[in-house]
Every structure is written in structure tokens, then in C-alpha cells.
Write a protein that binds this ligand. Structure first.
Ligand code: ZN
Length: 242
């Protein structure tokens, strides 16, 4: 690549802009996204639980209604028997009333136990309170808002860095810009400052002959690492005095 010696630093600026762009996080690789994903999983879980709970809840309510109706009927039956016992002197009628009252009382106490058990079951199938539901919805909305804000920030950073990189690339010949792009794809970095014996692009220690070739590259030509092709802007001991 031909490039005036005093303009070669632009390659380092380009490499720096490129690496900054690569460091911008993927929106889905942020704490905000992870927090939202966690709440999403909780929300789905709550929905599944809610569906089961509301089915069980309906069954319990129906059972309790039936038991309560039965109970009222038994209470009435006991009261009727009490009335008969208070009013009648006929031993046969009284015996029958006493017998029926006893049977109704026995049934009533069994029914009360059933009712109590069903009421306990109902308490267990009752889902989260409206307060809990509102609280969850609020946290979910807050997490969504945080994530949207973070994703927008990242998109803005990315746009700004892309623009900065493009502005630098536009200062070069299009063919050179294309070559830098290809080198970035190949090794992750298009240009480095070469100041010692190893290439900062591939970390290889170059032979004295290779270093010599690099040093002897024409002043207005950009040297390349013989191992990885990264463009080398000469610095340190290799720096040419203009
Ligand atoms: Zn290299």
C-alpha cells in the first residue's frame, strides 16, 4: 500500500476505531437483557401456574357451594326434628324424630370436616394477590425499559463508531480501504505500530532478515508482516526520521 510516510498514523487510528467498534456489546449480551430474560421466564412460569391454579380454584369453589347447600339442608332438618320433638307426645313420632336428628347431626359433622378440608384447598389454589401481581408487572415494565434504554445506547455507540471509522477510511484510496477491511477480517487487526522484533498482530518474533526487509521498505510504502500480513507502521527504533 502506498501512503505518504507522514500520513501512515491514520492506519493506527483506523485499527483503533475498528477495535472499539468490535468491543461494543451485543444488546443481548448485557446485564439488562439477562435481567429481562429472567423476568420473562418467571412471567411464563406464573402464567402456567395461574392456568392450573384457576382450574383447581374453580373446582374448589363449586365443591364448597355444593357442601354449603347440603349443610343448610341438614341444619334445617335438625331444626325440624327439634320442632317435632318439642311438639309431639307420640312416642313413635318422637323416636323417629330423635333417630333422624342423630343421623343428620352425624352427617353434619362429617360434612363440616369436608368443608374445612375444601376451604384449606381453596386457600392453597388462590394465586398471587393483586398487590403481588402489580408489583411483578411493575418490575417487568422497569426491566423492559432498562433493556430498551441500554440497547438504544449501544446502537448509538455503534452508529457513532461506524461513522468515525468510515470518515477515516474515506481519507484513503478505496482500494486501500478495501485491503484494510480484508486484513481486519483475516487477523482482527489491520495495522499495528512495529517497534521491536515481534509483530503485535500475530505475536511472531521476526528474524533479523525479516526485520531488515521491513526497515528497508520504501518510506512512502506501508510495510506488512511477512507472517500475518498486518500493516506495520514503523515506530520506536525503526522509526524513520523524515
Ligand atoms: Zn504478524
Amino acid at each position: 500500500m502506498k501512503l505518504d510516510h507522514d500520513r501512515q498514523r491514520i492506519l493506527i487510528d483506523i485499527a483503533t476505531a475498528w477495535s472499539a467498534l468490535q468491543r461494543v456489546d451485543d444488546p443481548e449480551d448485557t446485564d439488562e437483557y439477562r435481567a429481562l430474560a429472567d423476568l420473562r421466564a418467571q412471567r411464563d412460569q406464573r402464567r402456567r401456574q395461574g392456568a392450573v391454579t384457576s382450574l383447581d380454584h374453580g373446582d374448589s369453589v363449586r365443591t364448597i357451594t355444593r357442601l354449603t347447600t347440603d349443610r343448610a339442608r341438614l341444619v334445617r332438618r335438625i331444626r325440624d326434628n327439634d320442632k317435632t320433638l318439642a311438639a309431639s307426645v307420640d312416642p313413635a313420632v318422637r323416636r323417629e324424630a330423635a333417630h333422624d336428628k342423630k343421623a343428620a347431626e352425624k352427617r353434619l359433622s362429617a360434612l363440616d370436616r369436608e368443608l374445612k378440608a375444601e376451604e384449606n384447598k381453596l386457600a392453597r389454589t388462590t394465586g398471587p394477590t393483586p398487590g403481588e401481581t402489580t408489583q411483578f408487572a411493575d418490575s417487568y415494565r422497569a426491566a423492559e425499559k432498562d433493556y430498551r434504554r441500554r440497547a438504544a445506547e449501544l446502537a448509538a455507540d455503534k452508529a457513532e463508531l461506524t461513522e468515525r471509522l468510515q470518515a477515516l477510511l474515506d481519507q484513503l484510496d478505496p482500494a486501500d480501504a478495501k485491503e484494510l477491511r480484508a486484513q481486519t477480517r483475516a487477523t482482527g487487526v489491520c495495522a499495528v505500530v512495529f517497534s521491536g522484533r515481534s509483530c503485535p498482530g500475530c505475536q511472531m518474533v521476526l528474524s533479523p532478515a525479516e526485520v531488515k526487509t521491513i526497515e528497508q521498505t520504501d518510506k512512502d510504502e506501508v510495510a506488512r508482516c511477512p507472517q500475518c500480513g498486518t500493516f506495520l507502521v514503523l515506530g520506536g527504533d525503526h522509526e524513520r526520521k523524515a
